[in-house]
Design a protein around this ligand. Structure first.
Ligand SMILES: Nc1ncnc2c1ncn2[C@@H]1O[C@H](COP(=O)(O)OP(=O)(O)O)[C@@H](O)[C@H]1O
Ligand SMILES: [Mg+2]
Length: 446
């Protein structure tokens, strides 16, 4: 439940938290303001009311008893104020007002100057009607009579609600808009960093991140670029080492070959020369691999379906006897970004193995899912012993078949293929099919 309403993106989470915070603060602020306004308004009403009531009281007190009824009858006070004389305090439909209101009206009454003889309100009783907010002031006059003044405080102003609603919405919208804009700007570098890390996974030579912006962002970008540079240097150093070793082995191999020519024993000489030949092929393959790894082929937009069919066509040209056992299944076109020559080499190595060791090659290209595209290269050969499935990716590792066959390479086909695919952010794994034969599953980011 909680997870359902809690957004996943950092920007949305921050925005939501900020908006909730802003709304709470606004509500509290506006509520305090509203209560304050109401207090001020009530105070004004009470003062106004008391002044009018006390005015009546004063007039009545100063009028002789005989003339009071006539005076009150002639009072044209309107609906919100009426006065009458009585023999006692009021009883009946009105109840005595609760203490806080009693106190408030007393205090306001005290604000009105009465003159020395009536300067206290001991003999004032307050009654109130909760329904229509009518207040009854009952004065016990010095001569023993009671004066009842019934009054209605002015109505509460009711436009507060709308005013506060509009203010609240306007302020929240403005604050929310500003926060959203700021958050989007703040979170943008995180997205850029994620994209850069993704790009680096596909291509070590990807363009560096711009190192501008706020300090923290600039620092993160600089650290990321430095890490990318170290990875590049590390890869380059390794490749350099490999090439150097391969290169330096060539001369002694040539010398050994010359020496072998002088061997007396014909059989031994032939074997020795064959071994040296193999050694030379391995060194050449290593050098070629190093050269390829060092060359930085550009990433281009290419049609993977087209490339796969080309690889199959070329395999058919090289081995016409298996041409009718090669097949492609999948979409006619599927574009992705890759290094064309490298990718072709990797796929060719897999197809060549299928043809050489499995006698056939069936390619299936699956529709992309989850940002990855899957290619399966299957054959109908003897398969690979389960314990060997991982080891075949080790450089120079060859199965017995490969050693005996003339078509076999030096055992660099699979390591090179995997190296290239991983450099593209993809991978390749081998498995044995239930019905026999090997299935090479290639994944590539689209
Ligand atoms: N489709 C396959 N079926 C059977 N064995 C295979 C298959 N693909 C590769 N292998 C085994 O893996 C070994 C390594 O393959 P690879 O690296 O291409 O080297 P190479 O082909 O030069 O021998 C091969 O010698 C072979 O024994
Ligand atoms: Mg091979």
């Amino acid at each position: 439940m909680r997870r359902k309403f809690w957004p996943r993106s950092l920007a949305a989470r921050t925005a939501l938290a900020l908006l909730i915070g802003i709304a709470v603060v606004q509500t509290a602020g506006l509520a305090i303001h509203a209560l304050d306004r109401m207090d001020v308004q009530r105070a004004g009403q009470a003062k106004d009311l008391t002044e009018r009531v006390v005015g009546v009281y004063r007039t009545v007190v100063l009028t002789p008893v005989a003339q009071r009824d006539a005076l009150l009858a002639g009072f044209g006070h309107g609906q919100d104020l009426s006065a009458e004389m009585s023999r006692g305090p009021p009883v009946g439909d009105l109840t005595e007002m609760p203490a806080p209101l009693q106190r408030i009206y007393h205090i306001h009454a005290n604000d009105v100057p009465l003159g020395s003889s009536h300067s206290h309100w001991r003999n004032l009783l307050l009654y109130g009607s909760p329904e229509d907010h009518r207040v009854l002031f009952a004065f016990h006059l010095p001569d023993g009579h009671w004066l009842h003044v019934s009054a209605l405080p002015g109505p509460d102003r009711s436009d507060h609600g709308l005013f506060f609603m509009v203010t609240f919405l306007a302020m929240t919208t403005v604050a929310g808009g500003v926060s959203l804009w700021t958050i989007r700007r703040l979170v943008a570098p995180v997205r850029a960093l994620a994209a850069a890390a993704e790009a680096l996974g596909r291509d070590v030579n990807a363009a560096p991140l711009p190192e501008g912006g706020p300090t923290e962002v600039a620092k993160a970008a600089a650290a990321f670029n430095q890490m990318a540079a170290r990875i590049r240097r590390f890869v380059a150093d390794r490749t350099e080492l490999l090439t150097a070793i391969g290169h330096d082995l060539r001369t002694p191999i040539t010398r050994l070959k010359l020496r072998a020519e002088f061997m007396e024993d014909d059989e031994q000489r032939t074997k020795m020369l064959a071994d040296l030949e193999e050694l030379e092929t391995m060194v050449s393959a290593t050098l070629a691999f190093g050269r390829d790894a060092r060359s930085t082929e550009p990433v281009v937009q290419l049609d993977l379906a087209e490339l796969l069919r080309t690889v199959l066509d070329e395999a058919g040209d090289n081995r016409p006897e298996v041409a009718d056992r090669l097949g492609y299944e999948g979409p006619q076109h599927l574009t992705l970004r890759a290094r064309a020559l490298n990718l072709k080499r990797a796929l060719t190595n897999l197809v060549t193995n299928a043809v050489n060791y499995g006698g056939s090659a069936q390619i299936q290209l699956h529709e992309p899912a989850g940002g990855m595209v899957r290619i399966e290269v299957t054959d109908t050969g003897p398969g690979i012993p389960p314990g060997e499935l991982d080891r075949v990716f080790e450089p120079f590792h060859r199965g017995d078949q490969s050693r005996n066959k003339e078509t076999g390479g030096v055992g660099l086909g699979l390591p090179i293929a995997r190296n290239i695919l991983r450099a593209h952010g993809g991978d390749v794994v081998l498995s044995n099919q239930p019905g026999g034969g090997v299935k090479a599953t290639v994944t590539l980011p689209i």
